[in-house]
Design a protein around this ligand. Structure first.
Ligand SMILES: Cc1cc2nc3c(=O)[nH]c(=O)nc-3n(C[C@H](O)[C@H](O)[C@H](O)COP(=O)(O)O)c2cc1C
Length: 349
């Protein structure tokens, strides 16, 4: 049994977490991972605060094991965090911002998990009281930064005392063993769990991922305004070349406003607030482009739209060749990691 500081901290069986993925990590996938002994993380970027509350309650009905929620602090997240804290969510995982809620989470015995892609941000997250930090390498789906996991994991692990969890490029037991050897206490898997039976991703895109090689991703700022990695597909290539028209930005902004159930006033106020937030702020125009990305991501995930849809995916699509259930893939990764570690230790050949 692979026990690490990650399994101890979160009181889970295996050192594997489901990376928070907007639109992808719904309550069923989260519960499946937690029920299989990993740490399921529910992404809240698309949710209203009430949906966050309801989802936490629903996940509790589906699993008695620990789980968490992922909040993107750059977006309007205060009310969602308030709901998650009132519901005493076991793990509050955040990204893109500073965690102002650490004491409130610790007060009820919850854990705060930062997600960063830069070692110095991992140091800062630990200083601000995070219990563990996910470091995301360049290979990852969505928002890795410049350093690959091979470098980022040991650099971060040697600078940070709290457990480091490795994300980006990992999809099997060899990857888990390698991450541990490099100084991590476990792994966070996005693309691997996206390609499971329980995942809502449309079959068109599951098939496209299975057919892809490790070379078939694109790293660009065109998907949502930040550097991010997506599956090379017709829609992604089109987004890469495109200058969004005014009409599409406006329509996408309005679609997202509706999805978030926000009044027009609140939507505009959120845009202005983010814009005024200094370096991290985005212009309303950039946010409208982000909305275009969000709409096209939904078109891929829910509708399987091969013309317009785009999908964030990691380089590890090149190594993933099947669609197992979560209950199959987690024990398989653990068995393979244990075998790999035995080989390191000279116990097997
Ligand atoms: C479709 C999709 C949506 C994502 N949405 C989020 C998100 O809402 N919040 C977040 O912190 N990370 C998000 N990510 C990034 C993942 O949490 C994670 O960092 C990444 O998948 C890890 O790399 P891997 O795919 O190589 O395992 C998303 C990734 C994907 C594929």
């Amino acid at each position: 049994m692979l026990k690490t500081r990650m399994t101890e901290l979160f009181e889970i069986k295996h050192p594997i977490m489901l990376a928070g993925m907007n639109w992808i990590t719904d309550i069923n996938l989260v519960a499946a991972v937690s029920n299989a002994g990993g740490l399921g993380i529910f992404a809240t970027a698309r949710c209203t605060p009430e949906e966050v509350r309801e989802s936490i309650r629903e996940i509790r009905r589906k699993t008695s094991n620990p789980f968490g929620v992922n909040v993107v602090l750059r977006y309007d997240s205060a009310d969602k965090i308030k709901a998650a804290i009132e519901e005493k969510v076991p793990v509050l995982n955040y990204t893109l911002g500073k965690p102002w809620f650490v004491d409130q989470v610790h007060a009820y015995g919850g854990k705060v998990l930062g997600t960063t892609a830069v070692a110095k941000h991992a140091v800062k997250a630990a200083q601000l009281g995070c219990d563990a930090v996910v470091v995301t390498g360049h290979e990852a789906a969505a928002h890795g930064d410049k350093a690959t996991s091979m470098v980022l994991i040991p650099v971060a692990a040697s600078q940070v005392k709290v457990p480091i969890i490795a994300a980006g490029g990992i999809y099997d037991g060899r990857g888990l063993a390698a991450a541990i050897v490099l100084g991590a206490e476990g792994v966070s898997l996005g693309t691997r769990f996206m390609l499971t039976k329980e995942c809502v991703l449309h079959d068109n895109f599951k098939k496209l991922c299975l057919a892809a090689s490790e070379q078939d991703t694109i790293y660009d700022t065109k998907f949502d305004g930040m550097w991010g990695r997506a599956l090379k597909s017709k829609g992604a290539l089109e987004l890469q070349k495109m200058r969004f028209g005014f009409l599409e930005r406006l329509q996408a902004g309005l679609t997202i406003r509706k999805a978030l159930n926000m009044s027009y006033g609140k939507f505009m106020a959120m845009g202005l607030k983010t814009m005024m937030a200094g370096d991290d702020g985005l212009s309303l125009w950039a946010q409208a482009s982000q909305a275009v990305g969000a709409v096209r991501s939904m078109q891929a995930i829910y509708e399987g739209d091969m013309e317009k849809g785009f999908l964030f995916a990691g380089q590890n699509i090149g190594g993933i060749n099947d669609i197992p259930s979560v209950g199959e893939v987690i024990p398989r990764i653990i068995a393979e990691a244990e075998k790999t570690m035995d080989i390191f230790a000279g116990k097997r050949s």
